[in-house]
Design a binder for this molecule. Sequence first.
Ligand code: GLY
Ligand code: MN
Ligand code: MN
Length: 500
Amino acid sequence: MRANISSSMHVSSSSAVDIRSDDTCHIRLTLAGTNVDKYPAKQHARKVATKLGVTAGLIYLVGQAAINWEDSDQPPPFRQRRYFYYLSGINEPDCYLTYDIQADLLTLYVPDFDLHLAIWMGPTLTVDEAQNQTDVDRVRYFAALQHDIECWASKYNASYPIYILHDDQKPVSPSSRLQLNDEKLLPAMNAARTIKGEYEIRMIRQANYISGLAHRKVLESIHRMSTEAEIESSFLATCVSHNAKNQAYPIIAGSGENAAVLHYVKNNEPLDGRQLVCLDAGAEWKCYASDVTRTIPLWTDWPSDRAKNIYQIVEDMQEECIGRIRKGVRFRDLHLLAHDIAIKGLQRLNIFTDDNLSKIYESGASAVFFPHGLGHHVGLEVHDVSERPITALGGRQACWSSPSFGPLIDDGSWSAPLLEEGMIVTIEPGIYFNRLALLNARKQPAAKYINFEEAEKYIPIGGVRIEDDILVTAEGYENLTTAPKGEEMLEIIRRGIDNS
Ligand code: GLY
Ligand code: MN
Ligand code: MN
């Protein structure tokens, strides 16, 4: 017996249950009049208004337009503007949105019907279809937009501004000069997006679930793969077959020395002779990201003591930091704790001298091996926006995309933000032996703490990163990432070989 329960629910009539003669029971449940799966755009709009700190004004947002590549009749893959999606839940081109703060009225504008487009590409979103996807108050066609804005402006714009994100995303009004504000909306939306709601958590959980399946599938069949490209294509195939067509970021499948290149995306080298592969890959689900890294041995077990030892240090860094997550904790302190564990571990391996730990710590030498931040927010962007950067280090930000070199001094800036319930952050420590980074480090003052002869023996390992997405809860945390790691990961690799 198989039961299919559709996600849009109407328990309306006896026809909702359909028992077929082939012994298959199909149940279609519909909860009429509820917002079960609608995007919570209204809740987001109110949250943004609260963060703006005003009781009147008009928020105006422009969705991503349909465009073609330069000098081409072909479009790039469509990507909705994330600020627009946050207030609309609509992943279609050429849409607009207004939120009248005083009237608490959220209006979405969808493209006018275009016969030519409908014949070639399929019809664009109708008002009814949009209304089923999102809980905005009303959906209108684009044709009504200018008139609606003019009406609002003639009544209120002398007293209250139209809030826009950027100067090039302003409404056009031939009949009046509009009073605009392009400074307050962006920070207000960043602040609102920092804390995830129940719906958003569900989407990020689902993105993680699919990423988990895809990582698992790679582990099961890694013994049959001979190139980085096969790893990438296996990961993609699992995601797409689960309807996750988009990746949250380009897949990183770096084997050997490539594992030490943080944004390695060529994924075009053979695995032969390599010890580890660092697979940083996360599916996107309904515009929400997951961000997952696993470092996988390319042998039945750890290919060398060196590889195993580095994995264990990074595992320790991750477990210690995840275990401390709770609201009120300064994320920056976890970042510094991870460095502390890395230094002690690398001292045990004779990669750092046995100088006093705090001297090494203050020299910044550990950033040669762990050059990126411990983590970042995850949401509509993989490196999601926030009110303030979570790993701010004395005016510098240690995030994934801007490596934090220099001394790791806790400058006593207690203003660094604290974790709050509803935040989703990655914990992604790493230790890398990048040939160029080591060469460059030889010229730095911190060089005196590094045993380069020993460190260079680890270059063939490349690096290890382990990355999970963690939800801060009322009681502590929940790890949303389901991809196997550690001993469970090794077991799956072994089973894959045994079953082949
Ligand atoms: N995938 C990029 C990152 O881990 O931040
Ligand atoms: Mn990340
Ligand atoms: Mn990642």
